[in-house]
Design a binder for this molecule. Structure first.
Ligand code: HEM
Length: 289
């Protein structure tokens, strides 16, 4: 972006030969972009090292206890021997058994299948190594905590939080129309996020991230002795572990829809804005919000 093309006072680009496409506006500040890409890297390592840790005991429970005498398993991955002698991977979700051979429970080359929860390609390290998985997980967990603090403080100071995350009453009333527009793949390109974006980003940043961090912290023995009330809030260690896993599943679901929306809304424009800050809004937009 050359100085002549951009009006640095208003953040709206001056008229140019590409005016009919709509002007470029400065949408995301440097710290908004930097923190976004840092948490993308963190979440990649957290997910894969988390699945490594989960593989050490691939079962989730609800309630205070776990063990043979309790029937409070919410989710499990295990292997069973079939009548023909081959191994089957079985995943159980609230009592529903699903044959997941090849991916969950039993995976790897057909001539040398391995009994393990998540497959080698979904864990860091790829081989079973709980200690390394924990080192990687805790390192990126703390980087994520620091990144979110930077995002939160900078967003409060530079107005990103009030402008782009907190919805106005008028925007909330336009939610049904925005949902219908998204369903018809009609995307509006304005300076601000749409109401659906505001709500989903708000849920990710203010609900899912804090939930996954707090449930993670509540499973740490050090935090248990310093803040014993934290584990109580989440209904005990086993329930905290289940909530931690559930938040991860929701984040993976968000990730899939997020990438799909970026592609459908115009990958070049949205990616340029998340890398350089500059975003091209619709030409016919009278109010560049
Ligand atoms: C799990 C990983 C990810 C999470 C949790 C996430 C979350 C978010 C959030 C919360 C925002 C709004 C940030 C703000 O304005 O403060 C955002 C924006 C954005 N993200 Fe991601 N993101 C993830 C991965 C990615 C990836 C891999 C890409 C690219 C391939 C991407 C592309 C974008 C773009 C282009 C925007 C700006 C959208 C727009 O301007 O309309 N994100 N993301």
């Amino acid at each position: 972006m050359s100085q002549s093309e951009a009006d640095t006072d208003t953040g709206v680009a001056a008229p140019s030969s590409r005016r009919e496409k709509g002007p470029l506006v400065y949408r995301q500040a440097v710290l908004t972009r930097l923190t976004h890409w840092v948490w993308v890297v963190c979440l990649f390592f957290l997910l894969l090292s988390g699945l490594q840790i989960f593989n050490a005991h691939p079962r989730l429970y609800i309630g205070q206890q776990s063990g043979f005498e309790f029937n409070n398993t919410a989710f499990s991955i295990h292997a069973e021997r079939r009548e023909d002698g081959s191994a089957a991977g079985i995943t159980t979700v609230f009592g529903q058994r699903i044959d997941t051979t090849g991916v969950l429970g039993v995976s790897g080359p057909e001539d040398r299948p391995q009994v393990r929860g998540f497959p080698a390609w979904a864990t860091i390290p790829s081989y079973q190594d709980l200690a390394t998985g924990r080192v990687v997980h805790f390192f990126f967990g703390w980087v994520l905590v620091g990144t979110l603090l930077v995002w939160f403080v900078s967003s409060l100071l530079n107005g990103h939080f009030s402008r782009d995350i907190v919805p106005t009453g008028r925007e909330l009333r336009s939610l049904p129309r925005d949902v219908a527009d998204h369903a018809r793949l009609r995307f509006h390109h304005g300076r601000r996020y749409s109401i659906l974006q505001k709500l989903t980003y708000g849920i990710v940043l203010l609900v899912l991230f804090p939930l996954i961090i707090l449930t993670g912290l509540s499973m740490s023995p050090g935090i248990n002795s310093a803040w014993p009330w934290l584990i109580e809030i989440f209904g005990g260690r086993q329930t905290a572990r289940t909530i931690h896993f559930g938040a991860m599943v929701l984040l993976v679901g968000f990730f899939v829809i997020h990438i799909l929306m970026v592609v459908l809304a115009g990958p070049i424009n949205t990616m340029r804005s998340m890398i350089t800050g500059w975003y091209r809004i619709d030409a016919k937009r009278k109010d560049p919000r």
